[in-house]
Unconditional design. Structure first.
Length: 338
């Protein structure tokens, strides 16, 4: 049963004349890992600040666990743990000392704070480093400590702003896995802002694509891909030993049912269709005496979704810069709930 925990209605923020967030509508359910995806300046951080009650919206409102974020920021802060993109610690203190200190600041009773800090450090995989000074920590270790710092408040929602920035690939993988486990084991709701497509794709149940202050699309990977690639959602790549007459091959393939488009480049044929056309295609090539060296069914990931949007958006901008807003709305309009 879906239970809304973050409800955003018409949230808008102007900085002077700049509309940093434009009429945002979004609902996030309890236990979801939601990715706010978008390039720099898209409005992700401003949205997060409004959710935390740290900046006042120009219009619209956000409810967190039922509390209006700008009218009741204190209960909201109790429910939400926020990790900014860069977390500062006292370098001369150990991880345990830093975390115990943060726990005290958050009002955790003296009798339990140290034990809780130890538990949280174990939770984020820093058990063996808890007595090391944080000045010696790598960026990945600092992010884990940042997460422990958020968890010690025992929040219901965690908001992470670009949490994997500057961490090496193995560290990123471990960190994302940790986030996934926390969400699964503790039923935490996690909102994660990032411009790293692959990372968001790995860990999030649902993503929202932000550009120019607008939420252009939201959904899971399947819904986004199905909507975006509606005209030809399936693609099969066939590699052949040779292609003597590409035009004739294209014509012949287009005779097959459900095939919408064929693109031949060198010895590679990319065949797009309405249905999963792989069996028909394989039969076609085998039956017509082609030497097939490879067949690959393509599934659309966030990369393609993002790329497709940007490619089209760039073309449109080059054509008429002023129409880009309109284009964005029409291109992604079909995904939007509001
Ligand atoms: N305090 C501020 N005063 C004026 N303009 C601001 C302020 N904060 C952000 N902006 C502008 O609002 C827009 C959205 O910025 P925001 O930081 O929310 O985007 P973002 O998606 O989080 O990007 P990044 O990943 O670079 O932080 C940008 O054009 C930014 O320059």
């Amino acid at each position: 049963m879906e239970q809304p925990i973050i409800e955003i209605n018409g949230l808008t923020k102007y900085y002077g004349r700049l509309k940093a967030v434009d009429n945002l509508h979004l609902t996030i359910n309890k236990g979801e890992i939601f990715g706010l995806l978008g390039p720099n300046g898209a409005g992700k951080s401003t949205t997060i600040l409004m959710l935390l009650g740290l900046t006042e919206p120009s219009s619209g409102e956000a409810h967190i666990c039922g509390f209006n974020a700008s009218r009741h920021p204190i209960p909201v802060k109790r429910k939400v743990g926020y990790m900014p993109d860069s977390v500062g610690f006292y370098n001369e203190l150990t991880a345990l000392e830093n975390l115990t200190y943060m726990g005290r600041l958050n009002g955790i009773p003296e009798a339990t704070v140290k034990a809780l800090a130890r538990d949280m450090l174990a939770e984020v995989g820093l058990e063996s480093a808890m007595n090391k000074k944080t000045g010696t920590f790598s960026r990945g270790m600092k992010q884990r400590l940042g997460l422990a710092d958020v968890l010690i408040k025992q929040p219901e929602i965690i908001i992470l702003d670009e949490p994997t920035l500057g961490i090496d690939p193995a560290g990123v993988r471990d960190f994302l896995e940790l986030i996934r486990q926390l969400s699964q084991q503790q039923g935490l709701t996690i909102l994660l802002s990032s411009h790293h497509l692959h990372q968001v794709q790995q860990v999030c149940n649902r993503v929202g694509i932000f550009v120019g202050g607008q939420l252009l699309a939201e959904g899971n990977m399947q819904t986004l891909a199905a909507g975006l690639f509606r005209s030809a959602p399936y693609m099969v790549q066939v590699t052949l030993k040779t292609i003597q007459d590409p035009a004739a091959l294209e014509r012949a393939l287009l005779q097959l049912p459900a095939i919408e488009k064929v693109v031949i480049t060198g010895v590679l044929a990319e065949i797009y269709g309405q249905e999963d056309i792989t069996p028909d295609i394989v039969r076609f090539f085998a039956g017509n005496g082609f030497d097939v060296t490879g067949v690959q069914k393509k599934t659309y990931g966030l990369d393609e979704i993002y790329q497709q949007y940007f490619e089209n958006n760039l073309k449109e901008n080059a054509f008429n810069e002023k129409s880009s807003g309109l284009f964005q709305r029409s291109f992604f309009g079909r995904f939007k709930k509001h």
